[in-house]
Design a protein around this ligand. Structure first.
Ligand code: KE4
Length: 447
């Protein structure tokens, strides 16, 4: 009787005994043992790996294993870990103070850098996370328009503000239903959830309730269902319909901002939203988010206007120093051509490896964000939204993930996350990653 293959995460569990013990300890004190569910390995099985240090493109776990990092802290580390310029800026800021609860000129400097880089941003307010940025942008859109309804898209994640933790409703009107306990039906009913890349559905929503819609919020290039690119028709419809009906178009660029170009996704897509939200890279890996956009809209934010938003640590000097150094480095030594070259090599390598192994996949990439969707059929199916992304073979993805871990490659621990790489990754790193993928895909095909 052939024995069932061992779960992939058990193959080399002996290499991660310290992580196992650390996880046991963490679970006694922290819900699920992690401070964010994305780290819990729920999407790939097994237990999370605990890390001790990072430098450049490498991570080192508490068992001493090193990995090539394809998460980069879920996006912020575009320059690699502990970039000398970022570390020096934080150390300098440390010499004068860590928090004032009062304005500093460094915040104005960072605001000016953001305004100079992001096409849609004329004024910007800093907060401490991407969630705060999107939550505040939604409140601002509602305050500016005097309307209640919000349109979002299935498979787009915008942080954990209640009005954004909403799934597509079963009703024809697609009125939202909570997708977390604790989110009230009253909150969810003001969120309409549609299918990404479906301009007809968006048009219909505006036809039935255009004058009640405050905003459309979207990831202009999606990372949170795996990578999904928008069609020009869908982008044009979102821009046209919001303009025509007096709603605001909000690009959530927490992930894509400064990642896909210095001006984010909106710069390469050629569509200018009314509001943009930022996080991750803008803080250089320290806690900082931001929301900005049209001057006439931002002037509604307290104390310039009446829309309330506040934060004790907003514009924190250490986070501002890290973000400023990061944006200045990106501006002065653009990495985007190299990131594009490496992305093309990785994409071609993964595609060829899957084809050689006979494993059906759909590979999507923009710059240094990429996802290889494992598919169940024999022929690749384009992944255009949550309806197609959610058909992925997540078990196979889990096998791929653990096979790559065993070869020292740290990919996102979910099929529904994009991978990221940094300006510190080398040609040799990309080649080694493709070689590892060839090996693992060959093994997977045999299972
Ligand atoms: P934070 O509150 O996690 O800083 O940002 C929320 C957020 C908002 N908008 C987009 C497009 C995002 O991708 C995120 C956060 N992304 C996840 C990874 N998909 C962060 C990882 C985590 O939640 O631990």
């Amino acid at each position: 009787m052939p024995t069932a293959p061992r779960p992939p995460h058990e193959a080399h569990a002996d290499r991660r005994t310290a992580s196992r013990a650390a996880f046991e300890r963490a679970r006694a004190a922290i819900p699920g043992g992690v401070n964010s569910p994305a780290r819990a390995f729920g999407g790939v099985g097994g237990e999370p790996i605990f890390f001790a240090s990072a430098r450049g493109q490498h991570l080192t776990d508490i068992d001493g294993n090193t990995y090539l990092d394809y998460i980069g802290s879920w996006g912020p580390m575009i320059l690699g870990h502990r970039h000398p310029r970022v570390i020096a800026a934080i150390e300098t800021a440390l010499q004068t103070g860590t928090s004032y609860g009062a304005p500093t000129e460094a915040e104005s400097r960072l605001a000016e850098l953001i305004i100079g880089a992001v096409p849609s941003i004329e004024k910007v307010r800093m907060v401490s996370s991407g969630t705060e940025a999107t939550m505040s942008a939604v409140r601002l859109a509602r305050g500016f328009t005097g309307r209640d309804k919000l349109i979002k898209f299935a498979g787009n994640y915008h942080g954990h503000a209640d009005s954004l933790l909403v799934a597509a409703g079963s009703s024809a009107a697609t009125l939202g239903v909570p997708n977390s306990p604790g989110v009230t039906a009253g909150t969810a009913q003001d969120t309409i959830v549609l299918e990404y890349n479906d301009p007809e559905q968006l048009e219909a929503a505006f036809c039935t309730g255009g004058d009640t819609i405050a905003a459309v919020i979207m990831e202009p290039v999606v990372g949170n269902m795996g990578l999904v690119v928008p069609t020009q028709e869908f982008l044009d419809a979102a821009r046209r319909l919001t303009h025509t009906h007096g709603a605001l178009l909000v690009f959530d660029e927490v992930m894509t901002g400064f990642r896909l170009s210095l001006g984010g996704a909106q710069q390469i897509l050629g569509v200018t939203p009314d509001l943009t939200t930022l996080g991750k890279i803008v803080g250089g890996g320290l806690p900082l988010g931001a929301y900005g956009g049209r001057r006439d809209v931002l002037n509604h934010v307290l104390p310039a206007g009446k829309v309330f938003q506040a934060g004790t640590l907003s514009g924190n000097p250490l986070a501002v120093a890290a973000g400023t150094a990061t944006l200045e480095e990106l501006r002065e030594h653009s990495p985007y051509a190299q990131l594009e070259r490496h992305g093309a090599l990785l994409e071609q390598g993964f595609r060829a490896a899957a084809a050689k192994a006979g494993v059906p996949v759909w590979v999507a990439r923009v710059g240094s964000m990429m996802t290889m969707f494992f598919q169940r059929g024999s022929q690749p199916v384009p992944v255009t939204g949550w309806k197609t992304a959610s058909q992925s073979d997540t078990d196979r993805y889990g096998r791929f993930f653990w096979g790559m871990i065993d070869r020292g490659i740290y990919l996102p621990c979910s099929q529904y996350e994009a991978l990221f790489f940094s300006s510190m990754h080398t040609d040799a790193d990309i080649e080694a990653t493709v070689k590892a993928a060839e090996d693992v895909l060959g093994e997977i095909a045999a299972v």
